[in-house]
Design a protein around this ligand. Sequence first.
Ligand SMILES: [Zn+2]
Length: 314
Amino acid sequence: MPEGHSVHRLARQFQDVFGGTTLAVSSPQGKFTAGASRLDVHILERAEAHGKQMFLYFSNDLVMRVHLGLYGAWDFGGDSTFTGASSIGAPRRIGEREVAGDPEGDFAGPPEPKGAVRVRLVSDHGWADLRGPTACEVITPAEAVVARRKLGPDPLNNGAGDAEDFVQRICKSATSIALQLMKQDVLAGVGNVYRAETLFRLGLDPLLSGKNLQREEATELWRDIARIMADGVRDGRIITTELADRPSGTGVTVGCSFGAGDGLPARPNAPVPVEDAHYVYKREGLPCRHCGTEIAMKELGGRKLYWCPSCQSR
Ligand SMILES: [Zn+2]
């Protein structure tokens, strides 16, 4: 399932390629015909992500809410002007696919829909197809407010009071912090990779109860998640290791958009190989990058949890 950074990239893409334009909205598959007809020939005013959900606000005071779930994905295509934030220099992403346009020619309309296209959006310059979402519905702005209130704060939106809101939510429950970080009503947007990685980065025992987490630690968790997720929006993939912990010396420092440090022969423009990208996620049995202890893995709440038993003792 895409983690929040992918959904934020998608929202930026929609904002860039469709924002302020009138859209033809249809449901080639037929499952969303009634919803599509309510949005058809209206202007997309803005696209916003909240956690793993995207909200498209239209000029006729209606909102399209989309949750991709495990299998949902968007495809885009169009002419040379149809490029957005997430099309630039990024690797293939979960939940979004390459823009397939003809940069030389004029946009002659979208191709025949292939497969079960739930929603098709078409502007004068390009198109987007949605397949396989968990949720896709038309709601009112008031209903959008309710849907977003059900979610916890999103570190990528990081509004006023959001950090404090998160601290209060996670510290009031005796449930382990590893389980709480996956709950979208505690914190919206984090999935299994960010969960495992941030707990390692802060040296926190995944099974620590929320009630035993210090307020300062919870605040630092919020900050670290916001930092590494913002990198994910920029990079189009999840890289949580610091430069000094990457044997390949590739990429830039986490939380920093340029430069390198620690006197390593850094190759800031070279892509970070996948085996260097994480501290603990999918590294069970391999030596910890900091202490050499074997990374552990177990099932928790139906999902795999990865951690270093030595470094994460707090
Ligand atoms: Zn370790």
